[in-house]
Ligand binder design. Structure first.
Ligand SMILES: *Cc1c(COP(=O)(O)O)cnc(C)c1O
Length: 432
């Protein structure tokens, strides 16, 4: 796999450089120069493959020219070792549960694969890698768990003070060792801006071998393609056209989904489902892209006002708005509507959806009004227990809390509080 910068098609690097650098100096994003397709036989026989075998085949297709088959097999077996089941509510709608990994969010796929890939690339190198990562809630926990105790890698997580749930905060502030948390007095967008600026700061890049684990890193995108294939495998037997609804914030997940369509996965349509931070639904409606400051909501992992993968979405479609719009619809809900939908899902199917997945569900129902022939799959991007206060407030009975979350409750948070300014984070990094 070779990658180009979306700001300069002549700036071409190999996978290792793209993964370790995260961002090209010209501030574009890395995208594959060529998108390979899987064979028709693979799709014909996909039911015969396990999830790990699907992931292996997709990975070989994408990066097999660059990493040996044995190494890919090892990376997949260690990183993609939990399931991605589709739970059907009825014959026309189901949910793809992506929360069966260690931090109970879909970001475990990206974080674990990325940790494996970076370990593979830095074998034998002297200088340690420092991963700087901004989180709106779930990235931090996934990255902390994914990189915990990995030799040669330290992780510094920036998160917006008071804007992540208690359990999300515990996931990133209680591990210690090579994981450090910085609590920034600002929004997620501010944290993301600080990370981006750090990468361009000569003093910081001199002191640190910086890399990013945000979805600007192509290593996160690759494994996020795997579960679309796995979900397709599970709904293929219905013999209907398939629409995926993707609860979205920075749009890494949706970009990965669209990449699978370009790789030949027979998906008819995608829906970009958001909360009132509806920058991309607005873009799809009007053709005008207008980033805005993010607004806090109950689906906090989607509180993004300047989605970092928007450029990639466009690049996949050669900046052709009409072509993108043909494959992707926008949809959004406000918090009150979101809560009502969570109740509906519970009352209709006895299923507890989290505030992000619930918007995905509503998007499918809306789409099916005009397209009743489609089977719809909405992504449950996190376990509902990660949003305990909201879910328990909305539903009639308390949600079951998985052991690995419950274990965090009594643990003490350790984080360094910093003001909003970039200089404060920079100084902290220089002086530590
Ligand atoms: C991160 C996250 C999202 C948004 O994913 P993107 O790839 O940034 O669009 C949605 N839901 C949950 C629960 C998340 O953690």
């Amino acid at each position: 796999m070779q990658l180009y910068s979306t700001n300069n098609p002549d700036n071409i690097v190999d996978l290792k450089e793209a993964v370790l650098k995260s961002l090209p100096e010209d501030r574009g994003l890395y995208m594959p120069t060529h998108i390979p397709k899987l064979s028709p036989e693979f799709f014909d026989r996909i039911e015969e493959y396990s999830f790990a075998d699907i992931a292996y085949n997709v990975a070989i297709t994408l990066i097999g020219d660059y990493i040996s088959k044995d190494n890919i097999r090892g990376i997949i077996d260690r990183a993609i070792n939990f399931p991605a089941p589709v739970k059907m509510h009825n014959d026309s709608i189901g949910t793809l549960e992506l929360f069966h990994g260690p931090s109970l969010a879909f970001k475990d796929f990206g974080a674990r694969f990325m940790a494996e890939l970076i370990s593979h690339f830095i074998k034998g190198e002297e200088k340690d890698i420092t991963i700087l990562v901004a989180t709106s809630g779930d990235t931090g926990g996934a990255v902390a768990a994914g990189f915990y105790n990995t030799p040669g890698i330290e992780v510094i997580i920036l998160y917006p003070k008071g804007k992540v749930s208690d359990l999300q905060e515990k996931q990133l502030t209680t591990l210690g060792k090579n994981i450090t948390a910085l609590e920034i007095d600002g929004t997620f967008d501010d944290c993301q801006a600080i990370v981006k600026q750090a990468f361009l700061d000569p003093e910081l890049t001199k002191k640190y071998n910086l890399s990013s684990a945000n979805s600007i890193n192509i290593a996160r995108l690759i494994p996020q393609t795997f579960y679309y294939f796995e979900a397709y495998k599970q709904v293929k037997k219905y013999g209907k056209k398939v629409v995926f609804s993707v609860p979205s914030g920075n749009f890494g997940n949706l970009t990965a989904g669209l990449l699978t369509k370009k790789m030949g996965l027979p998906i008819d349509h995608f829906i970009a489902a958001t909360n009132i931070n509806k920058i991309v639904p607005d873009y799809l409606e009007t053709g005008v892209y207008k980033p805005k400051p993010s607004i806090p909501t109950i689906s906090n992992a989607m509180d993004v006002g300047a989605p970092s993968n928007f450029t990639r979405l466009l690049a996949l479609y050669d900046n052709d708005y009409t072509a993108l719009k043909a494959d992707v619809s926008g949809f959004y809900l406000n918090d009150d509507e979101d809560k009502m939908v969570m109740k509906d899902i519970y009352n209709l199917y006895g299923y507890v959806a989290d505030p992000h997945g619930a918007i995905g569900y509503a998007a499918i129902k809306h789409f099916q009004k005009l397209n009743p022939d489609h089977i719809g799959v909405y992504l449950e991007t996190a376990h509902p227990a990660k949003f305990l206060d909201i879910v328990n407030d909305v539903l009639p009975r308390p949600v079951d809390v998985p052991d690995r979350l419950q274990a965090l409750v009594g643990k003490e948070k350790v984080a360094h509080s910093l003001p909003l300014e970039f200089e404060a984070t920079k100084e902290w990094l220089i002086n530590r």
